[in-house]
Design a protein around this ligand. Structure first.
Ligand SMILES: C[S@@+](CC[C@H](N)C(=O)[O-])C[C@H]1O[C@@H](n2cnc3c(N)ncnc32)[C@H](O)[C@@H]1O
Length: 230
């Protein structure tokens, strides 16, 4: 008999439990998500996790009017600074969200709906490596939200974090990847500017979701994600 593990595209044994995560405070499903669920020809959906004060999010949205970026930040003071700038710039393709990304994504994002996910300079979690993004069972859920052919982009200045991410991407998640150095002149985020100004090396890994990639959450969806009535 075929066990469910045999048909998965990855090797992570421990499964994430999305049903355990409660609805975030002040939760709503942004129109960009409802529209994208109803009409696949609309702007592609992009996620950013841990957007900080939104430097990357604001310039990405400005430079990519045909894509809609949802940028999530859980620290209140950073989020408030981000939201203020977003309101000043009036970009209609950017939605700043104040929430923990795990709970928010579980409740708001449909399977196979996101074209790209940015995780730029995540907290290093050196004392708690289980909390590094690629070590978490949640990463399987994140992959289920990504479209086939979609991409996850992770940058860090910590070599051990990058080495672990590369190993997990290849061996546990079985994803094709590319790894490269972030150019010294890059200025995407406040942390990137700070690290490169100190002459630190920053790395980026791009992970691609192949066609036919299977997770345990490919049809798993919260009730809230409804298509708008026609
Ligand atoms: C080191 S900072 C980097 C911020 C920004 N990406 C940059 O490069 O300037 C990491 C950010 O991720 C946020 N963060 C960490 N875990 C998060 C989570 N589960 N959900 C939302 N934000 C998170 C933190 O609050 C923090 O602002």
């Amino acid at each position: 008999m075929t066990s469910p593990m045999n048909i998965l595209s990855h090797r992570k044994q421990r499964a994430f439990r999305p049903e355990k995560l409660s609805v975030p405070r002040n939760f709503y499903v942004p129109d960009a998500i409802k529209v994208s669920a109803a009409d696949k020809n609309k702007r592609s959906l992009i996620l950013e996790i841990g957007a900080g004060k939104g430097k990357h999010a604001l310039s990405f949205a400005d430079q990519n009017p045909n894509q809609h970026l949802i940028a999530i930040e859980r620290t209140r003071n950073k989020f408030e600074a981000f939201k203020k700038l977003a309101m000043q710039q009036k970009l209609n393709n950017l939605t700043p969200i104040h929430a923990d990304a795990l709970a928010w994504i579980v409740h708001a994002v449909a399977p196979n709906s996101v074209a790209k996910i940015y995780i730029l300079y995540p907290n290093p979690e050196q004392h708690n490596p289980n909390q590094q993004w690629l070590n978490m069972p949640f990463f399987e859920f994140l992959l289920s939200r990504l479209q086939e052919g979609g991409e996850i982009i992770l940058a860090t200045n910590i070599e051990a974090y990058m080495n672990n991410a590369e190993q997990e991407a290849k061996e546990t998640w079985c994803l094709p990847i590319s790894r490269h150095l972030v150019p010294m002149h890059s200025q995407r985020t406040h942390f990137e500017i700070k690290y490169l100004a100190r002459q630190e090396v920053c790395w980026q890994i791009n992970m691609y979701k192949p066609e036919g990639y299977r997770t345990r959450f490919d049809t798993w969806q919260m009730e809230e994600i409804k298509e708008p009535s026609k």
